[in-house]
Design a protein around this ligand. Sequence first.
Ligand code: FES
Length: 573
Amino acid sequence: MPSETRLTPEQLRSYRWFGPNDLRSFGHRSRARQMGLAPADWQGKPVIAILNTWSELVPCHLHFKILAENVKRGVLQAGGMPVEIPVLALSETYMKPTAMLYRNLLAMEAEEVIRSQPIDGVVLLGGCDKTTPALIMGATSAGLPFIFVPGGPMLRGNWHGETLGSGSDAWKYWDEKRAGKLSEDEWCEIEDGIARSYGHCMTMGTAATMTAIAETLGLTLPGASSIPAVDMAHWRMAAESGRQIVGNVWRDQRPAELLTAEAFHNAIVADMALGGSTNAIIHLIAMAGRAGVSLPLEKFDEVSRRTPRLADLRPVGRFLMEDFYYAGGLRALLAQVTDLLHADVPTVNGKTLRANIAGAQIHNAEVIRELSDEGGTAILRGNLAPRGAVIKHAAMEARFMKHTGPAVVFRDYNDLAARIDDPALPVTPDSVIVLQSAGPIGAPGMPEWGMLPIPKKLVEQGVRDMVRISDSRMSGTSYGACVLHVAPESAIGGPLALVRDGDLITLDVAARRIDLMISEDEFAARKEAWKARPPHGQRGYLSLFINETTQADEGCDFRFLHHSAADAEPEIH
Ligand code: FES
């Protein structure tokens, strides 16, 4: 429950910068005056940093300048002093090899930007996939009161009256085009209609999953994550978040109060009930690690097995986030699984999760309804993935739930790109496509390559799903029988590195197994002969990432950041 604390102005953290009568504080105050501010702007007022991931290369965040202005309005109304601070904008669309490579960089930047400056509370503006976990990881480590403002999903896509979903329909129609069923002109029209407004992807991809998780963790105002980006309710939510954070600073509501083991349990329930992105597993492990909460992979499987899947949203289902909002949104969905939640956890608005979802109604029972009595994701283990792998079995053809087939192996993505459509490739619909060197270190950054392309000659025969295995991730908007996050990864000698063409591989989702069907002696001989490739990064951030990243089952956070003890406050001299 919310603390009864009420800080005095002298207890505000920013007072250390602005309050004392000494030379250093003189410098801080005189430079505030240089920005046109006067003591009335800061005296006795919490300084609220608005961390803004706006960039002209992040279309999902194109509206964040105006969003920040709305947050400022709320902060000023509540008697705070807003300061907008730009931070690294992780562009899911444009950053290569993958924005995931830079998630930890934004987390580090957010943490240090907060810790090193006269800030009392924080509003985080994020939404595009990696920005949500990165900002929350950094702010959690910084340990000051914060609130998350999700950017909101974009409008539904449209082509000839057909609804188009981010990512999902790009993959779908790309295969139709490869199969010769779509003209160049039609493909161009789809390019025109699939992303019609600012806002993050509007399928239940990683962005929508992670913002829903942020809300379930109690880090946003209730209902915030479901509001479409273009809806004026979004401006009102942003301003209310500004008002809320000022009060939370006075109450000294620290993230540790919210980010408990119970709250992370709730987040996993939400993920499974939504049929959310597989990426959420990696991010949740990393976020929990920052809060000192351990989330073993088995926890996800355990929750998945007893959480009904309730959201008929693409890529697993039919609808999009706009429909979800009109149907009642996350509050209505969570109200259906209240019994599975630790519903009495506190949230950022000072109320419990139970209070925030109480009475939420479903307005469209087509969109929110029980689709299955278990969640959308399963955790696999076996001799091919001793430290685990992930499959979104809700989004694959049922005939692959138990499947054995011969491997067709690609040693890296360039090899795959060069050979996958070769008419001579020895592949059948029963083959198992294997991609190596696609993990956190091998790629590097663990890109979203895991929905490996189906060979063109099979696409032309009508094949739309196959068993595919890699140590990479896949977009939350993707689908298919794709075994992902294989750990340990092939680049460090994980068993995936030992697979050869023609080896039989067995996937058994019900038994939660993924196995390479070779003898132990053969396994040992191949391991003995295996040699690592030269590492990618010799300098700079890439080198830091490769040397310090953990594997997928540990969240891919940096080892030196993956703990909860906050660093000391900076000395001011
Ligand atoms: Fe930004 Fe999908 S590209 S959320």
